[in-house]
Design a protein around this ligand. Structure first.
Ligand code: ADP
Ligand code: MG
Length: 730
């Protein structure tokens, strides 16, 4: 038995202790979070009121009040078994980071007490020199600070031998520049709030204090058995399979989507949900996805900042809990070639502090008009800034989906559905003539009083689709931290809402408000028409059509990232105070660098796999064939064995074929190593270009030959777990 076959023999479900009796979710939801309710129970009324004012009006609390909260948080955490605390943050690696400190404080020789102060709660100072800063913070000035983000509740992470209090924080440099993904998101929400409240005022909603974006990220993932995972260096080191012949049965039969969930998987899902609920993460649905062994979790939507934290936590929980079930959770965008990859559909909308969804079509003409104005702003934002949206999802993993042979395409267009499409067309035409209040009614605006959510047709191929009362940005990668796409979305929408508000103000002067709004909407609808596409985004005709319309189609990650440093985009970020020029330029360089590093790791892994696993297996099989051939030839002579010449030649041909395939694999792998050497001398921008244009196709080429070899080499000699095994475990 080879290693792979041994792994197969070892596969079994883990024995789980039944958890009985089951508790009602409502009885423990959020029990491991220091949420408002818990805080209120543990601190004085005046401090609690001050904290709430801080959250709603931005009026800072005093140091004494911070001390009181810190102390309460510590007591609560200790009562929950925590001995350590950590400032939890999201550096630009896209992961989360923690530096743990104990609560203990020395009070005398050999004596300690548990202590936690307001200043420690508010600020931490991890040694920041090892986190990417893109040159913002030279390594010799290692200072970076974490600052408490009170809008996201502190939480407790449990592990078998102890618990840790985690405090969500932002991560900044000595001079206050953002070194993380969260601060720009918080800033973008502020910009959005200002712009949206301004527009709402024009519609008579004068007492709106705050508008924020809401978000519900649908998380796709794969699960495979841990025994297989451990035998695949590519999965271990890069998160995706660099070689692997397709399984004869893939997703052709479409028998997986929404299918019955296997018991082993459902046990995993139950445990994830339970842990998520304790942390206040409202996981709502779970189901099988299109590809074999692909699944999805979707939460109930929340304020974007919280949703982003929760998504990071959920991904970590999924990875951790999978291991307990002898499974590995793959969050990579394209773990397996030839079957669907994974994305993170980002459901996004705008809400005000009164609980209204600004993208709810509503059931009054006024409501509809406000909705249509916001809708127009979104259309305009996506039309003008599609390059930024594309950049916000540009990463090595996602490059296998966007613009490659996977949905959705790299062309950013908007789908609104038949009903809205008709309305927009009518407005566009109607607005050419003079519109009076009566005409508005005639235009059919009031005829959509009950815009039914379910009437938005499904268009699964659109990268940016209106789905009833929210937009769904589907180009986001499954492993991505959603903060950046949200921050970009918020910023471009803020700019567009300001534009619409300004236009309306100008148009209204002395004239009827309704007709003025309609005229503005009509104008925008006309100008942004090219970004609307209702058809099949995967069809080849769309590529041609999009080109004719002048919509960008950028397949390369590094090329797409360039949008970040385009002067007009830098100015936009600066105007809305989301990124300073320095911050955004730093991000651009970090992300190009990350792309290169990922490709280098992949290429080096492929090199090693080819040399240490693939080629030796090929040689073993080659020897088997050669021995066979020799034996036959000897027997022909010595024992006058009658072998059909055709059969004899067939064996010879097969041997030659295998030898040739091994040669191709080795030959191209050597070329790949040369290419990597050449790349070393290049600046990282040039390097990224070379990797996209030459390294990736070369790796694909190597893979093609390896996969052909896999299909002929005897099963016994092939050590790497195969697609048909990894994707169809019981
Ligand atoms: P589908 O993708 O099939 O249309 P749902 O309508 O159930 O699915 O919604 C999918 C996701 O969209 C869920 O995570 C849900 O919480 C989220 N969502 C619903 N309304 C909003 C909203 N106003 N803002 C942001 N996300 C939302
Ligand atoms: Mg969806």
């Amino acid at each position: 038995m080879n290693m792979r076959q041994e792994a197969l023999a070892r596969i079994k479900s883990v024995n789980l202790e039944p958890k009985l009796p089951h508790k009602k979710v409502s009885s423990y939801f959020g029990e491991n979070t220091f949420n408002l309710e818990t805080m209120q129970k543990h601190i004085s009324k005046s401090t609690f009121e001050a904290f709430k004012r801080w959250m709603s009006e931005g009026k800072l609390i005093t140091l004494e009040q911070a001390n009181e909260i810190a102390n309460a948080m510590k007591d609560w955490a200790i009562s929950k078994g925590a001995t350590y605390y950590t400032h939890w943050f999201q550096p630009m690696t896209g992961l989360t980071a923690e530096k743990h400190d104990s609560f203990i404080s020395i009070t005398g020789p050999g004596k300690v007490i548990e202590k936690f102060s307001g200043s420690k709660l508010i600020q931490g100072e991890p040694d920041a020199s090892s986190f990417p800063s893109g040159g913002i913070r030279a390594t010799f000035e290692a200072r970076g600070y974490t600052a408490w983000d009170p809008s996201s509740p502190a939480f407790i992470i449990e592990s078998k031998l102890g618990n840790t209090l985690c405090i969500p924080t932002i991560f900044i440099s000595y001079n206050g520049e953002a070194l993380d993904k969260k601060l720009p998101l918080l800033r973008s929400d502020e910009a959005l709030s200002k712009a949206a409240s301004g527009l709402l005022k024009l519609f008579g909603y004068k007492d709106v204090k705050k508008v924020f974006s809401t978000c519900g990220p649908e998380q796709e993932y794969f699960l495979i058995d841990k025994n297989y995972y451990n035998l695949r260096q590519d999965l271990l080191l890069t998160g995706r399979t660099l070689v692997g012949a397709p399984s004869p049965k893939g997703q052709q039969l479409e028998d997986q989507y929404f299918g019955t969930i296997k018991e082993r998987v459902i046990n995993f899902m139950f445990e994830v949900a339970e842990e998520a609920y304790k942390l206040g993460i409202p996981v709502m649905t779970r189901h099988n996805e299109v590809a074999p062994h692909q699944y999805e979790f979707a939460p109930i939507f929340e304020e974007s900042n919280i949703a982003a934290d929760h998504n990071q936590l959920l991904m970590e929980l999924m990875k951790k809990i999978a291991l307990r079930h002898n499974l590995v959770c793959l969050l990579h965008e394209k773990p397996f070639a030839g079957i669907n990859g994974s994305g993170k559909h980002l459901n996004w909308s705008l809400a005000d502090d009164k609980g209204n969804n600004l993208l709810n079509p509503g059931d009054t003409p006024e409501g509809n008009l406000q909705f249509l104005a916001v809708l127009a702003a979104v259309l305009r934002a996506v039309y003008i800034h599609s390059d930024l949206l594309r950049a916000s999802v540009a990463m090595a993993g996602n490059e296998h989906r966007l613009g490659a042979n996977e949905a959705p395409p790299a062309i950013i267009s908007v789908f609104v559905g038949d009903q809205l499409n008709d309305i927009l067309d009518t407005i566009e035409k109607g607005a050419k003539t003079k519109v009076s209040k009566k005409d508005i009614i005639d235009l059919g605006i009031t005829r959509l009083p009950k815009f039914n959510k379910d009437t938005t047709d499904r268009n699964r191929t659109s990268p940016f689709a209106f789905t009833g009362n929210k937009f769904e940005f589907r180009a986001v990668g499954s492993s991505q931290n959603i903060s950046t796409p949200i921050a970009v979305l918020n910023t471009i929408i803020a700019e567009s809402l300001d534009y619409v508000a300004e236009k309306i103000k100008k148009e209204t002067k002395g004239k009827d408000f309704h007709s003025a709004v309609l005229r503005v909407i009509a104008q925008i609808v006309k100008e942004t028409k090219d970004v609307r596409f209702e058809g099949n985004n995967y069809a080849p005709e769309w590529l041609k059509e999009a080109k004719k319309r002048g919509l960008p189609n950028v397949a390369s990650t590094c090329e797409a990232l360039k949008a970040l440093i385009k002067p007009s985009n830098v100015a936009l970020f600066e105007k809305y105070k989301v990124f300073s020029k320095e911050e955004v330029v730093a991000r651009y360089h970090i992300w190009v660098h990350t792309y290169n590093t990922i490709l280098e790791i992949e290429a080096n892994t492929l090199n090693e796999m080819v040399n240490a696993s693939v080629v030796p297996a090929g040689y073993d099989y080659e020897r088997l064939l050669a021995d066979n051939l020799n034996d036959l030839s000897d027997l022909k002579k010595s024992a006058a064995l009658k072998v059909d010449t055709a059969a004899f030649n067939d064996l010879k041909e097969h041997l030659a074929e295998v030898a040739a395939k091994i040669y191709y694999v080795r030959h191209n792998t050597k070329r790949m190593v040369k290419l990597l050497e050449k790349a070393e001398k290049l600046h990282h921008e040039e390097r990224g270009k070379l990797y996209f244009e030459e390294l990736k196709p070369l790796m694909e080429h190597i893979r093609k030959h390896v996969d052909q070899l896999e299909c002929v080499v005897s099963d016994e000699h092939w050590d790497l777990p195969k697609y048909r095994e990894m994707l169809f475990i019981k």
